[in-house]
Design a protein around this ligand. Sequence first.
Ligand code: NAI
Ligand code: MG
Length: 355
Amino acid sequence: MKTFNIAVIPGDGVGQETVPAAWRVLELAGQLSNAFAVRSHVFDWSCAYFQRHGHMMPENGLDLLKPFDAIFLGAVGFPPVPDHVSLWGLLLPIRRGFDQYINLRPIKLLRGITSPLCGYHPGDIDFVVIRENTEGEYSNSGGRLRVGTPQEVVVQNSVFTRFGTERVIRYAFNLARASRQSLTSATKSNGINFSMPFWDEVFQEVGEEYPDVKQVLYHIDALAAYFVTRPQTFDVVVGSNLFGDILTDLGAAIQGSIGIAASANINPEGQYPSMFEPVHGSAPDIAGKGLANPIGQIWTAKLMVDHLGFPDVGANILEAIERALEKGHKTPDLGGTDSTQSVTEAVMTELRHLY
Ligand code: NAI
Ligand code: MG
């Protein structure tokens, strides 16, 4: 039986609650399936760490993470540390340094959950968003001149490379082909007149290799509306860093709560460890109260299990989540009265029933 070494970064706020909860489910899944074991090494990198040390992680942070089989992260960001400092000091260096160019986020209406969209039933909404995760609009390129004066000038550049655009679109096409369904591309080539026509060109070029996949192109604004008016029509959606970021929060909302949305930052070549984190942030408004929904983090653990090569175990984790929800185990964000702890216990009970 294989033992995986996992770097665990609970981070800030509710990450401190959801990560230990999901870890229990992960360990249990390994034991019950007899398929794998997990060993954690916890890193306390966070905004609290920043306040003690002046940086979010040590200078050799990536070297410390590199030997691990995967990284399991909660959330980072907490006042008074500015969000751009925490984001650029920890999350983005990991995503970029480890070339995790695929950000995969499933959007699925689970059993036991009522979508804020009327008339949809579990299974009606079931697709995946692939977000480019290393370049695009989040480029760290630009600057400010004459700060604070009426003549202030601010420039923020987007950077799209052919290599970076092609590989994320190709990954999305392969995923769509594996499910023999459609691929939708998020564009804005009317308003953004250099990078987005380029994105469309690459989409079309790569698409010629995938005549069996239905190919659809929508401007991001219309696509956002379609997420609300006809989410049942999507299978795989691919977008740039910014478009994918916004679409997946919207996706999380139509799923019922951001507290259940999961994501994977993948380096498909396996040259570096991939990182698994829920879509939500540190939720300072509810942190420390035992109210955080652990399902986003548990579903994230499922994505990690899939990635490590055990999709059957991953499927059982999701099944256990759905059964627990069907029985009404819900935190307040889903309209329930359960705690982080009791939802976790319920998922573990259901998981035991599956073996
Ligand atoms: P957020 O996701 O932390 O919170 C948004 C809303 O969703 C809040 O009302 C919160 O209570 C609720 N929520 C979030 N997670 C929940 C959970 N597990 N269960 C129940 N309700 C939940 O986003 P916000 O408020 O914009 O950001 C807060 C901090 O988190 C900021 O410092 C931000 O930079 C950081 N952040 C970090 C992310 C990451 O580490 N990947 C992603 C998004 C935000
Ligand atoms: Mg986001």
